[in-house]
Write a new protein. Sequence first.
Length: 419
Amino acid sequence: MAQDTASEVIRMRRLSDYFHAHFSSAFKIAFTVVFILVNLTVMLVNTFYIRDQIRMQNDSLVEMVEHLTLVEDNDTVITYLTHYGHTHRVFLRYETHDGAYEYETATPPEDYDSHVVEAGGEEVADLHIDNAQSNLLAANATYILVLNGVLIFIYAMSMLYFHQRNKRLNRPVLQDLAAIEKRIDGEQAGHEYHISDFQDIDKALRSAAERNERLREAHQKSIQKLAHDIKTPLTILEGRLEGIQSGRTEVGEETINVTMEETQRINSLVERIIHSDEAEFEGRTSLTEVIGERLRAHQGLFEKKGVALRYSLVEDAEAALSPEDIKRLVEHLLLNAYNHVSRGGHVSVTLTKDPVTLTVSDDGEGMDERTRRTLFDSDRDINGVGMLIVKDIVEKADGGIEIESEPGDGTEVIIRLHS
């Protein structure tokens, strides 16, 4: 398995190298093969053409010698052959069958074609022709050299042109890929994409990054809220322990039960922080029972501070919230009031029905308009997320929340829930 993975990695390559290897090189090879085939075809066609021209030229020479043999004498034939061999740069040998005349050019023919000269229907002489150095072959060699030079020039210019063209065609792709890499690395440099597919990839990456950022922020807020929730049982435990230390609270069954319950709540909240989990709840819970239990648990904390905690709860009030959410709702409202009420003040909690309404009021320092306006802002730090938690819980039950407060006149929080 490891070897397979390693081989897969070895086969990976950069796109620029891929373009060069699979497009540029493939084109160069194909173009070179085509160039060689064209050149070979030209050479082959030219070879057959030259051979045909030489054959026709030699046939014409033989016909001319036969004509001169009929109408002229052999001296004229030899004179003509001498002129022909000089002007056409061919090597000749002429021999009559009676042995009376024999002629040979200064350079005797070696690789020659033999032709029989006839006159009056009789064979009178033999003519040997060597075209190895003929003007036709020399002209053809010059033609071939020039043609090959032109073809090589065209080949070189074509290769240069297509190389530059491939670079221009590949450049937008590589630029788009570089922009995608920057996007993955978190850089936000603007880039106008040349290829729509890469633009779609960039949009998908941006969307994923934004989604991840929202999830990260939501996770951070969730952790802040859960951490803030831990402060409530810790505060209760602190109050109980201080009461035991000062001798005001006896270590009885009630104290042990409250301590165990708040410790278990802390453990439960820590588990939720670790797993970032908040279980869904389906059903209804008695507001009267849970709120009453929380008020009794906080009674000692308020007494320690010298704040009167008064409450009036209607019977049989319910809401579509989990017991834990109701505890959190009440505790954050109580602790907010506790933190803003001075010794000698009071906090009142009222629960009524039709509709179900929970009211928490105090005679503390109150809030100005700006504080009320920003009370539910999502960017508050951990010390100010208590009311955000209250708002989230109320919205779970499709309820509403109202705040009435003035500086120096205390605060009243009114929560209406669907029964």
